[in-house]
Design a protein around this ligand. Structure first.
Ligand code: HEM
Length: 160
């Protein structure tokens, strides 16, 4: 049966542990690139790709971890063709381990999926907390506003 890996599981195969194989994911397909540890292992020229979904980085030809685990939304036809050429190469060279859970780096990847995948400085928990705090602040401000709109007590005027 085909193995399904999460982005976190894929990260464990980034070449840092010499006893583990090295994996890369391209458009959601996970390849075992252990035979090219000199490329993808620690200190190798393409170590940025190890343990990551690197479709975008391959499409735009940038060896940069911040271009990994990203979607392909703004890639040109030419860049997508470049990616197809890489995929053709990997398909003939490396065994397929399985698939990355979610939609990998497909064009329609949702922001939620991206948040789960991207090497973001803000973990999902921080983002969720911020959104909740913002919502509570808005509700508080609204309640205060409604309170201020309450009509004055008519008795105050009759007493004058
Ligand atoms: C000065 C620029 C570059 C030079 C001289 C260079 C050179 C090479 C060489 C000699 C190989 C080994 C080919 C083989 O034996 O099969 C290689 C592999 C590779 N290059 Fe580059 N490269 C350059 C830039 C890039 C860039 C910008 C990318 C970004 C996507 C890239 C991605 C790769 C990948 C992924 C492999 C490994 C393919 C495999 O697993 O077989 N290279 N490169």
């Amino acid at each position: 049966m085909e193995r399904i890996l999460t982005a976190q599981e894929l990260k464990e195969y980034d070449g840092a542990d010499p006893t583990k194989p090295v994996y890369i994911a391209v458009k959601g397909t996970v390849y075992d690139v252990s035979t090219s540890r000199e490329f993808y292992g620690v200190g190798g020229p393409y170590e940025a790709f190890a343990g990551r979904e690197c479709a975008r980085a391959l499409a735009i030809m940038k060896v940069d971890p911040s271009e990994c685990n990203q979607n392909l939304t703004d890639c040109s036809e030419k860049q997508l063709k470049t990616l197809d050429d890489w995929i053709a190469k990997f398909n003939t060279k490396y065994p397929v381990v399985g698939k990355l859970r979610g939609k990998g780096a497909e064009v329609d990847m949702s922001p939620q999926e991206l948040l789960g995948l991207r090497d973001t400085p803000f973990p999902t928990s921080v983002v969720v907390t911020l959104v909740v705090v913002l919502l509570l602040t808005c509700i508080g401000a609204y309640v205060l506003y409604i309170d201020m709109q309450e009509p004055q007590d008519p008795n105050v005027h009759t007493e004058l």
